[in-house]
Write a protein that binds this ligand. Sequence first.
Ligand SMILES: C[S@@+](CC[C@H](N)C(=O)[O-])C[C@H]1O[C@@H](n2cnc3c(N)ncnc32)[C@H](O)[C@@H]1O
Length: 281
Amino acid sequence: MNAAAIEQRRREIVARFGPWTAHNIRLADEVYTMAPGIAGDEVKLRRILQSVADLAAQPLAGLRVLDLACLEGLYAVEFARHGARVVGVEGRAVNLAKASFAKEVLELGNLELRQDDVRNLSRERYGSFDVVLCLGILYHLDAPDLFAFLERTAEVCQRFAVIDTHVSLVAEETRVHRGLEYRGQSYVEHAPHATAEEKASRLWASLDNSTSFWLTRASLYNALLHSGFTSVLECQLPPEPAKPEDRVTLVAMKGRRHELTSAPLADALPLEVPEDPKGSV
Ligand SMILES: C[S@@+](CC[C@H](N)C(=O)[O-])C[C@H]1O[C@@H](n2cnc3c(N)ncnc32)[C@H](O)[C@@H]1O
């Protein structure tokens, strides 16, 4: 397809499904899904690509990558363009139609796109992946689903998961999962009487749950620990200057626990991170 034909198809997609909302993908020299220039999530993409490449420490083309709640496909497309075998999962057909258009134009046979609820994630259904991207999805899930989701993420993850999420700055509510307490706050996703159509039309929101639960940093670390991750790192570079203070990019490593040889008593110390005693983080 030449640039003029791609632009024509892009306009048809916009007429049918509405404009792209965040994922500005270069499709041809001067043809972008949103606009030529920085118009969407490019700065976050730079952070995610670089940190995954650095931590993987191998050619991206050798990786199997899962992009959960892939929206319009920017991250999935980027990793596929680098040669990775990628599966993108997205709950909304409108978002997936835009991702599918980019896949088709860029002829990405190594990118599989599936419409599904990320709460259906399991190794049985999806297999396993070197890298799992959980970008902008955890904070759209409610308890207890968010805990099951982190457990399933760990289950399908062989090396590391990147979790870009809001955290709660207050520890005002408690949720219990498998007998353990987690702190955070409830967040409204949809008005209580929102119709299915209204929920479907809010393209970045939860699929159906009216509220979600945002974990504090400490509770998020502990939930990752209890889900089977062995260490958690925070990404600060490449920078995202506009990132709000309640949003983090974490990398949860799925390693093997090592026993200490020089200080074995430390192995008996708790691994959980304590909540801030003042109730905030
Ligand atoms: C804030 S956007 C983030 C999208 C993308 N991962 C990113 O970082 O740019 C949230 C996305 O999650 C999708 N979503 C929300 N709940 C979902 C669920 N339970 N299953 C699948 N997709 C979901 C929405 O349709 C939307 O595409």
